[in-house]
Design a protein around this ligand. Sequence first.
Ligand SMILES: [Ca+2]
Ligand SMILES: [Ca+2]
Length: 230
Amino acid sequence: MDKKESRQLMEVYQDFIRLEKDLERQKIEITLREDYNLIDAFGLLDAQGKGYISPVEMRESLSELGLRCNIDEVHLVFEKFNTLGDGMLKYSEFSEAMMPQDQHYARLLGTKKLQFITKSGRCPFEQATLQKYLLLWDMIIQNEKAADSVRHRLFKRERFDMRSAFLSCDINNDGTITLSELRQFMFDMDCYVSSDDLQMLMNRFDKNRDGRITYQEFEGELTPKSPFNY
Ligand SMILES: [Ca+2]
Ligand SMILES: [Ca+2]
């Protein structure tokens, strides 16, 4: 891959990191709300208390709470969160996705228990917390649309070759990309990124969380997911 194409890939990485950082700020902000906790947050989407939700249920729950979105947008979010790939969003996937990368805030959120018993039909959160929660969801949706437009942009480039893009990051040529190889790739492109930022980028690609990006994971993340170019 020539320098120009490597730069293109680096710009995609930078865009992805920027999106995750914006989201991280929002995750931290809502973590600081006293009444916010993940069990209630999931409960607002999982109206029947099954422990998992389908895309249709998510769209309905969000629109009942006041956030309108279409099914294509929800599918984009599911592509990101549904690491188990069964088409449903489980509580474990939800809580992993909502957890801040910052260990301090992750611990804080992790120790929060269900504090506010929901009376039937009542929202467990104060109005201000609910608004932040909906803002977080809106940002998640807008971010995934932005991520997909980054993918479409990459795909429009005639000279972009997925295989050589992968090889340019698989520096020791063992068939997978590790965090330190991502760091090396960015470093070689004169781009410094913090460990937290790299981890956020890594998480986007490394679906099964084994610390390695396979070619399949790499291609899966960079291939446009929606037929619409947002
Ligand atoms: Ca490697
Ligand atoms: Ca992996």
